[in-house]
Design a binder for this molecule. Sequence first.
Ligand SMILES: [Fe+2]
Length: 427
Amino acid sequence: MAIAATTTAVTHPAEGAFVEDGLAKLKLTLNAKAQSSTNSDTESVTTEPTLVDPYNYVGETFGSGPGEDYPYPEFLPHNPPRTHSDPALPLYDITDRGHFADPDHARLRAFVEARGGKIKDLGICVGTVIEGDVKLEELGEAERDDLALLVAQRGVVFFRKQYTFSIEDQRALGSRYGPLHVHPTYAVPRRGDLDDVVVVYSDKNSRPDLYAFSRAELFHSDVTYEVQPPGTTILKLLVTPEVGNDTLWSSGYALYSSLSKHFQTYLESIKALHSGFNQAASRTAVTAIPRREPIETAHPVVRVHPVTGWKAIFVNAGFVTRLIGVPKAENDAVLAFLKDSFAQQTAGDVAIWDNRVVNHSATFDAYPSLRHGLRVTPTAEKPLSVAEYEAETGKEAKDWLQDRFERLGISGPKADDGKTKSKAFRD
Ligand SMILES: [Fe+2]
């Protein structure tokens, strides 16, 4: 399943983005100090690296670590010893802040324009960048609510050069959107008081094991095995190489829209099992006692975003183990199709994405360069099936592409004419 893949924008790689329709690929900007002092691509690898499977790898320093002069030692991954696991998470009553947004993001737009910037879409179905001298920590409550809607509609929104956006600011913004999720197994920052922050880290001592994973399998949505998986999620990268180790986002709205009505109806009728057991098992060498015991949760394969009302495919190769009520042979074919479809679609400083409606992946292509980031992960509602959304709201759940065509005054695609199609594009 291919969605048009045309490179539409290229900016300086250290601060920008290049985007292909359907997939947003963004280079998150470096902190110049960290880049120059610690992240030379020509730095020699002096110790034997640990081979890691990025699918299971969850933030660890191996070997000598990043060195004495590393500027962010307090944010390096840490696994405090535990004597027991915490209880299961409570159920939260979540009202999405996007419900309080201006439908045209007018407050956010005015804030951005007052600082010489604009809100600029990067692709048709996913990815928007906020340009101008905008400091995320200065957004007021109204602008933050408008941002929640923008992220829900665009899948992922980028803010560049957020050097003054501290981890405290990041947690405050996340808390506006929902109770911050505490990861059941991941490392936390060494600082010791940031249990609700996820550390993303790899360096020259952790080499991706290309025999352990395929790129399609790396597309995922975060911690979807939770009963209430995260929504408006905020990642700030502290250090990345100048080229490579990008993060990609792929739209579940667009994937749903690309399918036949028959297949959409089929997928709307089933649930998928999301499991935290594999991730927990991959961590037992590091933390024998997890922060919380792993769980499995059945979620609808098609979920409806509570604010946009658009249907999105909510399946990811990272955590979905099987479709419920579907025989194994059929299950394998359908899951492989959906998994590959996410990977075949085509998209600094800070990225904010809606974990409910996009999958994402790091490219893991810049070993031995160092990549280090911090993620804050607000909890969202229990995923709503189409039937649940329509019963709860009295509104009809919508198809993103049909909605777009209606706005543009375009009538829907014609029915299949039943004739053989010539195949292959030739140039
Ligand atoms: Fe992730």
